[in-house]
Design a protein around this ligand. Structure first.
Ligand SMILES: [Zn+2]
Length: 295
């Protein structure tokens, strides 16, 4: 089995990005895994601190590892938005493949200092773990927002990206390039789309020379996502779109069978709804390689 680092490298060479999907229950995990297997592309599942709290850190690690080993399939596990070294170390010890260490809310120099320390600590636990650092402001909460926060003042520059990567030793960088966590109501309805600063991504890639993650990918214009991947984005995070599909699929399952109480008869509607979203995003991220394989 290739390592996550190798897969990111391969994806980069073929003009593709690896999809990262947040999960907080078995419905979401089943949906992501099924979509990735059908399309035969590697996939990352991620859990934020809140999502890990709900599912169990060691329990989800055991679950994902069993899927990976039983089916020899490249599914990897990421500790998303981890804000303390203790929580990051807990995930690393449980066997997570990568850690998003997010101190982007702190002043830049403090973010650098503590992220560098986290890289050292986490690599001592597992030398092959990938550590991602965060700079700039992309908002918080993978939820539906009524109004867009003004994030324009804290977009990332190529200079600070370079300085951050060189000072901390992170393997992956998450910049602020027009992306935003969560979705506006108008985006859920499909009336508006997020737009990305592709020039900025190119500049950051040239300066920082590491893998780049795009957070808050939900509701982003498809063409912008393809351009962002061509400009150097290696991982795209999708969460809110899945949550919206999870809820509507669940509501459909309940409405279809108003007297049913058997979970495994109700929940497939939710799995199917989420799986469709994941599959369409994975196809987009796979790009030319995908087309070349004729999938
Ligand atoms: Zn994120």
């Amino acid at each position: 089995m290739n390592s996550l680092r190798d897969l990111l490298q391969q994806a980069q060479q073929s003009g593709a990005a690896v999809g990262h999907f947040n999960i907080s229950d078995l419905v979401l995990l089943k949906a992501v895994f099924a979509a990735a297997r059908e399309l035969n592309v590697p996939v990352l599942v991620g859990l934020s601190e809140g999502e890990r709290e709900f599912v169990g850190v060691r329990q989800i690690a055991a679950f994902v590892q069993s899927l990976r080993e039983e089916l020899n399939f490249p599914i990897f596990l990421n500790a998303d938005h981890t804000r303390s070294l203790a929580k990051a170390a807990e995930a690393a010890k449980a066997g997570f493949d990568s850690i998003v260490f997010d101190l982007s809310a702190l002043p830049f120099q403090e973010n650098v200092r503590q992220t560098k320390q986290a890289v050292e600590t986490l690599k001592a636990i597992n030398p092959s773990i990938l550590v991602e650092g965060e700079i700039g402001d992309i908002g918080t909460g993978s939820e539906i927002h009524d109004a867009a926060p003004d994030l324009s003042k804290r977009l990332s520059s190529p200079e600070e990206a370079k300085q951050f990567v060189e000072s901390t030793g992170v393997d992956i960088l998450a910049p602020a390039v027009g992306n935003m966590h969560g979705m506006l109501r108008s985006m859920v309805q499909g009336e508006t789309k997020k737009r990305l600063d592709v020039e900025r991504i190119s500049g950051i890639k040239r300066a920082a020379r590491v893998f780049l993650t795009l957070h808050g990918g939900s509701g982003t214009d498809d063409a912008d996502l393809r351009k962002a991947i061509a400009a150097g984005i290696n991982i795209v995070h999708i969460n809110t779109e899945l949550r919206v599909a999870w809820r509507s699929g669940l509501e459909r399952g309940l409405a279809k069978q108003p007297d049913e109480v058997v979970p495994y008869k109700i929940l497939p509607s939710a799995v199917e709804a989420v799986k469709q979203v994941v599959a369409s995003r994975l196809k987009l991220f796979a790009g030319e390689r995908h087309a070349a394989q004729g999938i």
